[in-house]
Design a protein around this ligand. Structure first.
Ligand code: PGA
Length: 254
Protein backbone atom coordinates (compact mmCIF):
# COMPACT_ATOMS: atom_id res chain seq x y z
CA UNK A 1 0.00 0.00 0.00
CA UNK A 2 1.37 3.41 -0.90
CA UNK A 3 0.63 6.02 1.71
CA UNK A 4 -0.63 9.35 0.49
CA UNK A 5 1.74 12.28 0.58
CA UNK A 6 0.68 14.99 3.02
CA UNK A 7 1.00 18.65 2.05
CA UNK A 8 0.23 21.14 4.81
CA UNK A 9 -0.10 24.87 4.22
CA UNK A 10 0.92 26.82 7.31
CA UNK A 11 -0.57 30.25 6.74
CA UNK A 12 0.96 31.66 9.94
CA UNK A 13 -0.62 35.07 10.73
CA UNK A 14 -1.88 35.59 7.17
CA UNK A 15 -3.85 36.70 5.23
CA UNK A 16 -5.37 39.78 6.84
CA UNK A 17 -9.02 39.29 5.87
CA UNK A 18 -11.45 36.40 5.64
CA UNK A 19 -12.25 37.35 2.05
CA UNK A 20 -8.61 36.93 1.11
CA UNK A 21 -8.53 33.60 2.94
CA UNK A 22 -11.54 32.36 0.97
CA UNK A 23 -9.98 33.55 -2.27
CA UNK A 24 -6.85 31.49 -1.57
CA UNK A 25 -8.83 28.40 -0.68
CA UNK A 26 -11.27 28.35 -3.59
CA UNK A 27 -8.77 27.27 -6.27
CA UNK A 28 -6.98 24.97 -3.83
CA UNK A 29 -10.27 23.20 -3.17
CA UNK A 30 -10.73 22.62 -6.90
CA UNK A 31 -7.23 21.19 -7.26
CA UNK A 32 -7.61 18.98 -4.20
CA UNK A 33 -10.70 17.34 -5.70
CA UNK A 34 -8.54 15.86 -8.48
CA UNK A 35 -5.62 14.61 -6.39
CA UNK A 36 -5.37 10.89 -5.90
CA UNK A 37 -2.18 10.40 -3.96
CA UNK A 38 -1.95 13.56 -1.90
CA UNK A 39 -3.78 14.81 1.19
CA UNK A 40 -4.12 18.57 1.46
CA UNK A 41 -4.23 20.31 4.82
CA UNK A 42 -4.55 24.04 5.38
CA UNK A 43 -3.80 25.64 8.75
CA UNK A 44 -5.34 29.14 8.80
CA UNK A 45 -5.35 31.57 11.74
CA UNK A 46 -7.91 30.55 14.41
CA UNK A 47 -10.56 33.21 13.66
CA UNK A 48 -10.86 32.00 10.06
CA UNK A 49 -11.13 28.33 10.90
CA UNK A 50 -14.87 27.96 11.42
CA UNK A 51 -15.99 30.12 8.46
CA UNK A 52 -13.53 28.32 6.19
CA UNK A 53 -14.60 24.88 7.40
CA UNK A 54 -18.22 25.84 6.76
CA UNK A 55 -17.48 27.23 3.31
CA UNK A 56 -15.52 24.14 2.31
CA UNK A 57 -17.95 21.39 3.22
CA UNK A 58 -17.80 18.46 0.78
CA UNK A 59 -14.20 19.27 0.00
CA UNK A 60 -11.11 17.09 0.21
CA UNK A 61 -9.17 19.88 1.93
CA UNK A 62 -8.62 19.16 5.62
CA UNK A 63 -7.99 21.81 8.22
CA UNK A 64 -5.39 22.22 10.88
CA UNK A 65 -4.48 24.72 13.58
CA UNK A 66 -1.06 26.25 14.07
CA UNK A 67 -1.01 25.72 17.82
CA UNK A 68 -3.11 24.71 20.82
CA UNK A 69 -2.67 25.28 24.53
CA UNK A 70 -1.18 22.68 26.90
CA UNK A 71 -4.26 22.52 29.15
CA UNK A 72 -7.78 21.64 28.10
CA UNK A 73 -9.67 24.36 29.96
CA UNK A 74 -9.39 26.97 32.67
CA UNK A 75 -8.06 30.45 33.38
CA UNK A 76 -5.72 30.83 30.40
CA UNK A 77 -6.48 34.14 28.79
CA UNK A 78 -6.21 34.08 25.03
CA UNK A 79 -5.60 30.35 24.75
CA UNK A 80 -7.42 27.78 22.61
CA UNK A 81 -7.58 24.13 23.67
CA UNK A 82 -7.20 20.99 21.58
CA UNK A 83 -10.83 20.07 22.22
CA UNK A 84 -11.98 23.50 21.04
CA UNK A 85 -9.85 23.33 17.90
CA UNK A 86 -11.16 19.87 17.12
CA UNK A 87 -14.76 20.98 17.70
CA UNK A 88 -14.15 23.87 15.30
CA UNK A 89 -13.20 21.41 12.57
CA UNK A 90 -9.43 21.02 12.84
CA UNK A 91 -8.10 17.53 12.17
CA UNK A 92 -4.42 18.42 12.46
CA UNK A 93 -2.49 20.47 15.02
CA UNK A 94 0.91 21.90 14.15
CA UNK A 95 2.92 21.77 17.38
CA UNK A 96 6.31 23.12 18.37
CA UNK A 97 6.85 25.27 15.31
CA UNK A 98 10.20 27.06 15.60
CA UNK A 99 8.42 30.42 15.59
CA UNK A 100 6.63 29.32 18.76
CA UNK A 101 9.71 27.77 20.30
CA UNK A 102 11.39 31.15 19.70
CA UNK A 103 8.86 32.82 22.00
CA UNK A 104 9.41 30.40 24.84
CA UNK A 105 7.69 27.14 24.04
CA UNK A 106 9.49 24.18 25.60
CA UNK A 107 9.58 20.48 24.73
CA UNK A 108 7.60 19.84 27.92
CA UNK A 109 4.77 22.13 26.82
CA UNK A 110 4.86 20.59 23.36
CA UNK A 111 4.63 17.10 24.84
CA UNK A 112 1.49 18.06 26.79
CA UNK A 113 -0.04 19.62 23.69
CA UNK A 114 0.71 16.49 21.72
CA UNK A 115 -1.15 14.30 24.17
CA UNK A 116 -4.12 16.66 24.27
CA UNK A 117 -4.27 16.82 20.47
CA UNK A 118 -4.36 13.02 20.31
CA UNK A 119 -7.02 12.85 22.98
CA UNK A 120 -9.11 15.33 20.99
CA UNK A 121 -8.80 13.05 17.96
CA UNK A 122 -6.48 15.32 15.98
CA UNK A 123 -3.25 14.36 14.25
CA UNK A 124 -0.37 16.24 15.89
CA UNK A 125 2.26 17.52 13.47
CA UNK A 126 5.34 17.70 15.67
CA UNK A 127 7.84 20.24 14.34
CA UNK A 128 11.48 19.64 15.04
CA UNK A 129 14.54 21.33 13.61
CA UNK A 130 18.01 22.56 14.39
CA UNK A 131 18.93 26.22 14.50
CA UNK A 132 22.30 25.59 12.88
CA UNK A 133 23.64 22.78 10.76
CA UNK A 134 27.12 22.73 12.29
CA UNK A 135 29.94 20.70 10.78
CA UNK A 136 30.33 18.49 13.88
CA UNK A 137 26.86 16.99 13.69
CA UNK A 138 25.78 18.40 17.07
CA UNK A 139 22.39 19.11 15.56
CA UNK A 140 21.64 15.39 15.53
CA UNK A 141 21.66 15.31 19.32
CA UNK A 142 19.38 18.38 19.37
CA UNK A 143 16.88 16.71 17.09
CA UNK A 144 16.95 13.49 19.07
CA UNK A 145 16.44 15.50 22.25
CA UNK A 146 13.47 17.38 20.79
CA UNK A 147 11.84 14.15 19.67
CA UNK A 148 12.42 12.22 22.87
CA UNK A 149 11.36 15.08 25.14
CA UNK A 150 8.16 15.97 23.34
CA UNK A 151 7.08 12.45 22.46
CA UNK A 152 7.79 11.51 26.09
CA UNK A 153 5.66 8.60 27.07
CA UNK A 154 3.67 8.43 23.86
CA UNK A 155 2.17 4.93 23.86
CA UNK A 156 3.26 2.83 20.92
CA UNK A 157 -0.31 2.34 19.78
CA UNK A 158 -0.61 6.09 19.12
CA UNK A 159 2.43 6.15 16.88
CA UNK A 160 0.26 5.73 13.79
CA UNK A 161 -1.56 8.96 14.64
CA UNK A 162 1.34 11.39 14.57
CA UNK A 163 3.31 13.21 11.89
CA UNK A 164 6.82 14.68 12.21
CA UNK A 165 7.69 17.88 10.35
CA UNK A 166 11.41 18.37 10.03
CA UNK A 167 12.04 22.07 9.59
CA UNK A 168 15.65 23.19 9.86
CA UNK A 169 15.27 26.66 11.33
CA UNK A 170 17.99 28.13 9.11
CA UNK A 171 16.00 27.15 6.01
CA UNK A 172 12.64 28.69 6.98
CA UNK A 173 11.33 31.75 5.16
CA UNK A 174 14.27 32.10 2.76
CA UNK A 175 14.57 31.80 -1.00
CA UNK A 176 14.12 28.46 -2.82
CA UNK A 177 17.86 27.86 -3.14
CA UNK A 178 18.23 28.08 0.65
CA UNK A 179 16.07 25.01 1.23
CA UNK A 180 17.89 21.91 2.39
CA UNK A 181 19.35 19.92 -0.49
CA UNK A 182 17.51 16.64 -1.21
CA UNK A 183 20.49 14.34 -0.57
CA UNK A 184 21.12 15.98 2.79
CA UNK A 185 17.42 15.77 3.57
CA UNK A 186 17.34 12.08 2.75
CA UNK A 187 20.03 11.49 5.37
CA UNK A 188 18.07 13.53 7.92
CA UNK A 189 14.85 11.65 7.18
CA UNK A 190 16.68 8.35 7.70
CA UNK A 191 18.06 9.66 11.01
CA UNK A 192 14.60 10.73 12.21
CA UNK A 193 13.05 7.39 11.29
CA UNK A 194 15.88 5.53 12.98
CA UNK A 195 15.49 7.60 16.14
CA UNK A 196 11.80 6.71 16.22
CA UNK A 197 12.60 3.04 15.54
CA UNK A 198 15.09 3.05 18.44
CA UNK A 199 12.33 4.13 20.80
CA UNK A 200 9.35 2.32 19.31
CA UNK A 201 10.66 -0.54 17.24
CA UNK A 202 10.18 -0.92 13.51
CA UNK A 203 6.74 0.78 13.62
CA UNK A 204 8.66 3.98 14.23
CA UNK A 205 9.85 3.94 10.65
CA UNK A 206 6.28 4.30 9.39
CA UNK A 207 5.64 7.70 10.98
CA UNK A 208 5.26 10.21 8.12
CA UNK A 209 8.18 12.64 8.00
CA UNK A 210 7.48 15.96 6.25
CA UNK A 211 9.97 18.63 5.28
CA UNK A 212 9.49 22.38 5.72
CA UNK A 213 11.69 25.38 4.98
CA UNK A 214 11.63 27.50 1.79
CA UNK A 215 9.66 25.01 -0.25
CA UNK A 216 8.64 26.51 -3.58
CA UNK A 217 7.38 25.64 -7.03
CA UNK A 218 10.97 25.12 -8.14
CA UNK A 219 12.13 22.68 -5.49
CA UNK A 220 9.02 20.92 -4.07
CA UNK A 221 8.90 17.80 -6.26
CA UNK A 222 12.63 17.23 -6.04
CA UNK A 223 12.61 17.60 -2.26
CA UNK A 224 9.89 14.98 -1.91
CA UNK A 225 11.17 12.45 -4.44
CA UNK A 226 14.92 12.66 -3.84
CA UNK A 227 14.69 13.71 -0.20
CA UNK A 228 12.42 10.71 0.38
CA UNK A 229 10.01 12.48 2.67
CA UNK A 230 6.29 11.86 3.02
CA UNK A 231 5.18 15.40 2.34
CA UNK A 232 5.76 19.08 2.99
CA UNK A 233 4.93 21.81 5.47
CA UNK A 234 4.77 24.98 3.42
CA UNK A 235 4.65 28.55 4.71
CA UNK A 236 4.92 31.40 2.23
CA UNK A 237 4.01 29.53 -0.94
CA UNK A 238 0.82 28.16 0.62
CA UNK A 239 -0.58 31.70 0.56
CA UNK A 240 -0.22 31.97 -3.20
CA UNK A 241 -2.95 29.66 -4.47
CA UNK A 242 -1.49 29.42 -7.95
CA UNK A 243 1.89 28.25 -6.63
CA UNK A 244 0.41 25.98 -3.98
CA UNK A 245 -1.67 24.32 -6.69
CA UNK A 246 1.38 23.78 -8.91
CA UNK A 247 3.13 22.14 -5.97
CA UNK A 248 0.12 19.93 -5.16
CA UNK A 249 -0.14 18.70 -8.73
CA UNK A 250 3.60 18.10 -8.98
CA UNK A 251 3.65 16.01 -5.81
CA UNK A 252 0.56 14.08 -6.84
CA UNK A 253 2.09 13.25 -10.19
CA UNK A 254 5.57 12.45 -8.91
P1 PGA B 1 8.40 28.70 4.61
O1 PGA B 1 7.83 28.34 6.06
O2 PGA B 1 7.81 27.72 3.64
O3 PGA B 1 7.91 30.12 4.37
O4 PGA B 1 9.89 28.61 4.69
C1 PGA B 1 7.77 27.00 6.48
C2 PGA B 1 7.29 26.96 7.90
O5 PGA B 1 7.70 27.80 8.72
O6 PGA B 1 6.46 26.10 8.26
Amino acid sequence: MTLKKIIIGNWKMNPVTLDEAKAILRPVKRTAQNLRRTSVVVAPPFPFLIPLVLSLRQSKVRFGVQDIFWENEGAHTGAVSAAMAAAAGARYAILGHSERRAIGETDEMIGKKLNLALRAGMTPVLCIGEKEHDGQGNYLADLKGQMRASLGALPRKMLGSIVIAYEPVWAIGRSADMAMKPDELEAMAIFIRKTLADSYGEDGRNVPVLYGGSVSVENAADIVSRGRVDGLLIGRESLVAENFNVILRAIDGA
